[in-house]
Design a protein around this ligand. Structure first.
Ligand code: G
Ligand code: G
Ligand code: MN
Length: 452
């Protein structure tokens, strides 16, 4: 492909890197610009540029051409934003631009206008493509905030821009922005942890060969008095930014062990799958937390599975593998969660110390109407078999999908077709009343959705 414009003045990092390393290099650059600016008593600005309607563009031009458009957009931005220390692509459709030494915040509006102007005339081999964008921004005055907070602020500003109609930049107010709402969440979460306000819901996993309930995934729930129900996607991410995640994970292991020991007295014991967060696997205390929780409630390690996402392993496979093996040496199983979404390579896969692959729900949910998803699922099942791993499909929402998975030899199914995640008492009742024939009746051509 041809790169238009002259050589970029700002650094554009080389392509082909993982998301993780892009983010790391970006954060390093931002942090060092903040330090430099603080000594020079200057400001650093960060712009996040989100390209609008990328989906429509993809549908109209195809992915490859849109990719080319975005590459051209990036080099045009790099060439046009001469004062930038970094112009890079942070996500599929988000560019980040760091302006390292701003004399006055007034320049920020000018910079945003310039970005918009550049994007309205992307020249691709003589054709002009016009891109529209939303822009979010944050300013750090003489080191007033760190890189992490600055990114949060710019992200918040971008969200505000996307919600509103106007093109005006909204800069989060340092005093009372939603950035502080994150800090408030952290505080609330810490209080919730101390006062046992976090709970678990349990979602059954059914063994497809014999239609028995063999296990359940424990999913954390937080109904905050101040903030209302908060999704774990959200509060785990906040906790991961701080030391709080360690306390949450330690508590989670104990809480599930305690509830399991109670349940075991009422139903045939089921295995419990517990999610570990990204940071846990690299925490030196993890093995101690596990020992303490299982020891305290006298839990058989063979009835515990720990779920780790592929992405987590990729951060440092060597260290992750050692930890995973140490966990398995205790008799606990390891499941690779969200499998299929993490760019794992087959070379590391051959020696992965795991017992189970959990196919990401994004492949399962629409499987009954998407032959490509079906092909991927079939491939993962056969891959798992060849490596002696069990397979769980999550996001099973209808009978057709369940029967298909069963016919392909998928070991376990989890999803709304069987049940949503339920509080412990309802889960016990559901297990007690479970009648496999209700779920197995042959298809009469209809797809039966159970998502009540
Ligand atoms: O339950 P859903 O229930 O919306 O869960 C959303 C996300 O939160 C999932 O990716 C799930 O893995 C994660 N999650 C749920 N419970 C826990 C938990 O106890 N610990 C961690 N680290 N993640 C959890
Ligand atoms: O990332 P992880 O696999 O831990 O996330 C489990 C998530 O999947 C939880 O948010 C849970 O509520 C959700 N989930 C479980 N079953 C289904 C399902 O059948 N359909 C959909 N859409 N989500 C599901
Ligand atoms: Mn999970």
């Amino acid at each position: 492909m041809t790169i238009i414009n002259s050589a970029p003045t700002a650094a554009t990092l080389d392509s082909g890197r993982s998301r993780q390393s892009i983010r790391e290099q970006f954060m390093d650059c931002l942090a060092s610009d903040i330090t430099d600016a603080a000594t020079k008593k200057e400001s650093v600005a960060l712009l996040l540029v989100d390209i609008k309607q990328l989906g429509q563009l993809n549908a109209k031009f195809g992915f490859d051409f849109v990719d080319e458009i975005l590459l051209h957009a990036q080099s045009s931005l790099a060439a046009g934003m001469k004062k930038a220390s970094l112009v890079d692509r942070l996500g599929d459709n988000v560019f980040c631009i760091i302006l390292p030494s701003m004399k006055s915040p007034a320049f920020l509006t000018l910079a945003a206008d310039k970005v918009r102007r550049i994007l309205t005339a992307i020249d691709i081999n003589g054709d002009t493509v016009k891109l529209n964008c939303h822009i979010g921004a944050a300013v750090c005055q003489e080191g007033s905030v760190d890189a992490e907070k600055m990114l949060m602020m710019a992200d918040f500003s971008l969200k505000t821009a996307k919600e509103g109609q106007s093109q005006e930049l909204t800069l989060p107010d340092l005093e009372k922005s939603k950035v502080d709402a994150q800090w408030e969440m952290e505080r609330e979460l810490s209080i919730a942890l101390d006062s046992n306000d976090l709970q678990f819901h349990y979602q059954p996993q059914v063994s497809l060969a014999d239609m028995k309930i063999t296990s359940a995934e424990a999913l954390m729930r937080w109904n905050s008095k101040e903030l209302g129900p908060v999704s774990p996607d959200h509060f785990i991410a906040v906790a991961e930014k701080t030391d709080l995640i360690g306390r949450i994970s330690e508590w989670a292991l104990k809480a599930v062990a305690r509830e399991k020991s109670n349940m075991d007295r009422e139903i045939t014991p089921v295995s419990m799958a517990i999610n570990l967060s990204a940071k846990d696997i690299y925490d030196v205390n993890l093995l101690n937390w596990i020992d303490a929780a299982l020891g305290l409630w006298r839990i058989n390690p063979a009835e515990i599975t720990l779920e780790i996402t592929e992405g987590v392993i990729l951060e440092n496979p060597e260290e992750a593998f050692i930890k995973m093996q140490a966990i398995r040496d205790k008799g606990i199983k390891i499941s690779i969660d969200d499998f299929g979404t993490g760019y794992s390579s087959l070379s590391y896969f051959k020696s992965i110390p795991a017992d189970e692959l959990k196919i990401d729900k994004s492949f399962i949910i629409d499987m009954h109407k998407n032959k490509h998803d079906k092909a991927i699922v079939e491939l993962i099942i056969s891959l798992a078999k060849k490596f002696g791993l069990k397979v769980v499909a999550e996001g099973v929402e209808n009978r057709e999908t369940m029967l298909w998975l069963r016919s392909k030899g998928c070991d376990y199914a989890q999803g709304y077709y069987f049940s949503r995640p339920l509080p412990a008492t309802e889960f016990i009742q559901w297990v007690t009343e479970f009648a496999p024939e209700n779920y197995l009746a042959p298809l009469d051509g209809r797809i039966i959705e159970r998502s009540a």
